[in-house]
Structure formats: C-alpha cells, structure tokens
Design a protein around this ligand. Structure first.
Ligand code: THU
Length: 160
C-alpha cells in the first residue's frame, strides 16, 4: 500500500495587494451581479473571465422555477466566452457573490459541476487559468489553475 498526497497551494491577497488588472476583473464581476436572476435562492454569483486576447466576458447565475434547470454563473460565463470569442482560451477568472437575503461574510468556491466545466475549458486550450475568489473588503484567494480545484479529475484523456 502506498499513500499519496496532493499538495495544493493558493495565495491570499489583502484587497490592497491585488494587481491592477485583477482589480479590474473584480470590478467587472461585481458590476455583473445585478444581472443574476436568482429569485429562488436570493443568492447572486458572477464570474468575470479574462481571455488571452484581453477581452473580459461575464456571466451570472440564471435560476429556473424547475430548480435543476438553473445555470451557474461559471457556466453562463463559459458559454458566453465560447459563443462570443470562439476558440480563445482564458487567462484568469474572478468569482464573486452577494445575497439579497443576508450579508455575505465569506467567499464561495465553485460547485462541483462548475469545477468540471471550468476544467474542460482550461484543458481544451491547454493554458492554465488562474481562479480568483473574492468579496468586497475581504482577503482574495487565488489558485493558479482550475486543476487545483479538482484533483483526480475525469477529463478527455479518459475518453480519447
Ligand atoms: N451557483 C453558481 O452560480 N455557481 C456556483 O459555483 C455555485 C452555485 C448558483 C446556483 C444557484 O443559482 C445559486 O448559486 C444558489 O445555489
């Protein structure tokens, strides 16, 4: 028997330590929060993606009366990227949240399905995508790659 360990590093930035281009990405994500459609959960999620060509694309969660039919912010953002800028990979993305029901005090990380979708995008273009997670006035977390969010992932190499 052998025991293996994953070593996953992430960085924590004080708000005033964020690089200028990340502040811009955060601003895009925050501005997009108003477009979330979340009458059921009252929970808003926005994802701003900076593509390798410099374009910034945002997406928000879009809920549905048939709850499982709702789409997460990361999924709408990725779909918008692939539709508006076909075949362009991403450099980094910023996910932020807000609630219409309570004061959000801590950042949220992407759900499992979003991790899988984000990983497909990263793998597809073979470029690491930095993942930034933050809310206003709190430390921001940065993972260097989506892979760090999904160890032992199921990917296209399992199928092709
Ligand atoms: N949500 C996202 O948009 N992204 C995630 O990674 C986690 C959850 C949305 C789905 C739903 O509209 C609301 O947050 C509450 O789960």
């Amino acid at each position: 028997m052998q025991e293996h360990h994953f070593k996953i590093a992430y960085r924590e930035y004080a708000p005033n330590e964020l690089p200028a281009e990340v502040v811009t990405l955060f601003q895009h994500a925050k501005a997009a929060l108003k477009d979330a459609y979340s009458p059921y959960s009252k929970f808003r999620v926005a994802c701003a993606i900076r593509l390798v060509n410099g374009e910034i694309v945002t997406g928000t969660n879009q809920e549905n009366a048939s709850y499982p039919a709702g789409i997460c912010a990361e999924g709408t953002a990725l779909g918008a990227c692939a539709s508006l800028h076909p075949n362009v990979g991403a450099k980094e993305l910023f996910i932020t949240i807000a609630s219409d029901a309570f004061q959000v005090e801590q950042i949220a990380a992407p759900c499992g399905i979003c991790r899988q979708q984000l990983l497909e995008f990263e793998t597809r273009f073979n470029t690491p995508v930095s993942v930034w997670l933050g809310i206003e006035g709190k430390p921001v977390i940065r993972l260097a790659s989506v892979k760090d969010l999904l160890p032992l992932a199921f990917t296209k190499s399992d199928l092709l």
